[in-house]
Design a protein around this ligand. Sequence first.
Ligand SMILES: *Cc1c(COP(=O)(O)O)cnc(C)c1O
Length: 358
Amino acid sequence: MVPPIYQTSTYKQDGVGGLRGGYEYSRSANPTRTALEECLAALEHGARGLAFASGLAAEDCLLRTVCQPGDHVLIPDDAYGGTFRLFAKVLSGWGLSHTIVPIADIAAVRSALSATPGTKLVWAETPTNPMLSVADIAALADAAHEAGAQLVVDNTFASPYLQQPLALGADFVVHSTTKYLGGHSDVVGGAVVAAAADIAEQLAYTQNATGAVAGPFDAWLTLRGIKTLAVRMDRHCANAMRIAEMLAAHPGVSEVLYPGLPAHPSHKTALGQMRAFGGMVSFRLAAGEAAAVAACGRTRLFTLAESLGGVESLIEHPGRMTHASAAGSPLEVPADLIRLSVGIEDCEDLIEDLRQAI
Ligand SMILES: *Cc1c(COP(=O)(O)O)cnc(C)c1O
């Protein structure tokens, strides 16, 4: 029932050139990692999945395979801070240029694509981190393809249980499996799933050539997490919806960002492409930055921590924590913003905890 943890770096060969089951060295392939990679490809309906040491390692492998120095990409104006840093501080030095666009605004994406002919990739995150805006994946895929570009969707926040970007026309999905796929805050990992087999071969080549692979125990933990993805997501979504409703009615809260609320600007788009709205909720405190920082320090069930997607609820202040590296850039987040990763605990307890903290 469970693939073993093949905790080995190498494999005995049946004579020179006679590989057992195709395995020779665990950077190139390891059976536990293969089990995870096949699972990821199946969940996202892709030609092939590849598992990495982290989400950022997966992104880096994808970008340095699909793009060349001199290429140009569109990136979102709201995204995981580390993704922005990879483009702005690392790959820019390698020769990859980018334009920052509000990715949920298809007209803005189309005009950026016509302003920069030859754009290689459109990079989307939906829902975005931490502002939870939702982009229409099918419309983005059309816009990208008409301009000769390909579409990447970071599906970390939704997970393949809530949304399947390749079925909507995206060319690649990336994940931080650290988050909902792993689901228990006990492993760091990443994944790329490609729709097409030929480019997947090139990705596998880069994965082996640069080496940021998932180790066998990490692959095993991630597979174990994935078994309960559906039941965990159902509870994350139900708890998040009730918390968003409570916050929306709270006098101390100036704005709630949750795509499940009918008042959310992209609620309709979310309804059209997602099974439910996820476990992430962001909100702003009317009393401002100091009050938001203080509230983050007062919760007892929500743990003050970075990351997300685990069974335990987390709270954080994006401006000073996860998105501190975006300060002064177009991706800077409001100072009075609080982000919740709503866990699977009893919802009344979570609501009570937030009320006393606010
Ligand atoms: C965490 C995260 C990443 C980066 O993944 P790591 O596993 O931390 O390297 C990328 N995208 C999103 C949306 C994330 O939340």
